[in-house]
Design a protein around this ligand. Structure first.
Ligand SMILES: *Cc1c(COP(=O)(O)O)cnc(C)c1O
Length: 382
């Protein structure tokens, strides 16, 4: 028996939309670029294994992950795919695992390179590495001016280490034109130095979603889209991004449980922060912060019921919240409620939910909790 009918809060993931989004990005960047799809954090809450399988059949060229467990999940769905770990390895066990599973790792220092060479030697294998260059993000990476010497050192460690690529990460692609230009200039200067020394690497890349939208002349040979793949466009201070027809793949849904009429003056939920200004009809909903619907958006959030926007009243609780349905006819127990997604002609986007919660769509997607079952629809759904 399918459990779907008894889910109280669930996410529907449209695999067809995901495939179309990838095709749009492919069209934009061109056939000659590699697309390294970023599937960290459970594929941005969409379910890593399902999404990885689907992308393998939809034209991705490689995957980017944050850790080796994610890399393992990709391997479990298809052997041999290029996978780059975007975080750095910090234990001997991580280094051993990465080398044995042929996961590409990133390197910022000569000490890291030596540790990988040493581990590779003891295993009788080769470590696949890419050099991360810090052009302004300040998180991982070697300073631009020190990148060429590091690369020369790494090349001396062959064949224990095979240098697969060099990359950087943009810190403000959707916000700051000048800062981004400076980052890209540093990266291009390094690539020019490499070319002068006849060093040609498989992978050269800088752009995640923001870079793809705002720096379409700086895609090098590989791009690393995350958010765009899932159908969401990052927004910031910069205008005139390239135009992509993307469709959000994920919708987030729950149900109406109880509908009741309340008199003026009645208060609702913890802390009795909301007082009914007039007689109202309210619906209790089967989702709360335990599902990843941020409590901080209490008093601001809206949901869709029968295709109509309904404000959330009072505090969002762990498993339930209360919506004003005074203006919607015939709301009944069991009716479907949309937290993120389309219903009728209305749509609530992850970006809008993020605004209510004072955060960004990346955090909204990745906070949809384990309790929320993911249901796959569209092409090749399983
Ligand atoms: C998360 C991440 C990406 C993907 O970012 P989006 O903004 O979601 O496209 C790309 N590269 C690195 C290094 C990342 O950490």
């Amino acid at each position: 028996m399918s459990l779907h009918p008894i889910y109280r809060c669930w996410a529907e993931i449209d695999l067809h939309a995901l495939r179309e989004n990838l095709a749009q990005i492919r069209h934009q960047v061109g056939e000659n670029k590699r697309i390294m799809t970023v599937v960290k954090a459970d594929a941005y809450g969409h379910g890593l294994k399902e999404i990885a399988s689907h992308l393998m059949n939809s034209g991705t060229n490689a995957f980017g992950v944050a850790n080796l467990i994610e890399a393992h999940d990709i391997r479990s769905r298809g052997a041999g795919w290029p996978v780059l770990m975007l975080g750095d390895c910090c234990t001997q066990e991580e280094r051993e695992y990465a080398i044995c599973q042929h996961i590409m790792v990133n390197i910022s220092t000569v000490e890291e390179a030596q540790a990988f060479a040493h581990t590779a030697e003891s295993l009788g294998k080769t470590a696949l590495v890419q050099v991360k260059v810090d052009t302004g993000m300040g998180r991982l990476g070697v300073e631009s001016k020190d990148a060429f010497p590091l690369i020369q050192n790494i090349l001396k460690l062959a064949p224990l280490i095979q240098l697969k690529g060099v990359f950087t990460h943009l810190a403000a692609a959707e916000d700051d034109t000048a800062f981004t230009a400076n980052q890209l200039e540093q990266f291009r200067a390094l690539l020019a130095t490499l070319a002068q020394h006849s060093i040609h690497l498989d992978y050269t890349h800088a752009s995640s979603s923001g870079g793809i939208l705002f720096e379409d002349n700086s895609l090098f040979n590989t791009v690393r889209p995350g958010l765009l793949i899932y159908g969401i466009t990052p927004t910031g201070a910069r205008t005139n991004p390239v135009k992509l027809q993307l469709k959000p793949a994920l919708s987030f849904r729950c149900r109406v449980s109880l509908v009741k009429n309340i008199p003026a003056g009645k208060t609702l939920s913890y802390g009795h922060t909301f007082t009914a200004p007039r007689p109202m009809r309210v619906a209790t909903l089967t989702a709360g912060y335990g599902d990843g619907y941020h409590r901080i958006s209490s008093g601001r959030a809206q949901v869709l019921i029968h295709g109509v926007r309904c404000p959330i009243l009072g505090r969002i609780t762990m498993d339930q919240m209360i919506a004003d349905v005074s203006h919607v006819n015939h709301v009944a127990s069991g009716d479907e409620v949309v937290l993120i997604g389309q219903q009728g002609r209305e749509e609530i986007t992850a970006t809008q939910v993020a605004e209510w919660a004072g955060t960004i769509p990346w955090e909204i997607l990745t906070s949809i909790s384990y309790r929320v079952r993911r249901i796959y629809t569209g092409a090749n759904a399983s």
